[in-house]
Every structure is written in C-alpha cells, then in structure tokens.
Design a protein around this ligand. Sequence first.
Ligand SMILES: [Zn+2]
Length: 84
Amino acid sequence: MDDDSAWPVSYLACVPRQIGVLASHGQRPGTFVPPWVYRAVAYEAEDPFRQPVWVCSHNHNNLQDAQLCGSAWAQYSGPRDAST
Ligand SMILES: [Zn+2]
C-alpha cells in the first residue's frame, strides 16, 4: 500500500492560505436583512478545488468588511477554536 496521504493537520499551519469572500443571500423570514451577506473564507492556495479550510461566522454587510475579517484571521497564528 503506497497511499501515503495524511490528514492535513499540521500541514494547514504552514501552507500559504488564500483569503476569499463568499457572497450569499441572507434569507431570514420576517426580518429585514441585506439582500446579500458576505463571509470571509480561507482556502489553501494550492488546492485546485478551493475547499474552504475556514469560513467566518459573521454576516458582513459589505465585501470590504469580509475581506478585512479574512485578512485579520490570516494574520492570527495562535490556537484556533474549532468547536463550531
Ligand atoms: Zn467575519
């Protein structure tokens, strides 16, 4: 068996990450919400599928906020809370 693929556990910490922004409809019945919400996402720069390794939990009202959120996350290198 020469399948040497390991789970990307420590690997995530050292691979350059790319920050992107996801835009989606913020649909909540009965409440006024902006038509679009933005979320920062991070994915590995080398991942051809751009599977997010992180998505922020906010609903940003504009693209710039989401970009700032993503870059703030990218600069933070301490332990991350992966409980959610
Ligand atoms: Zn955010």
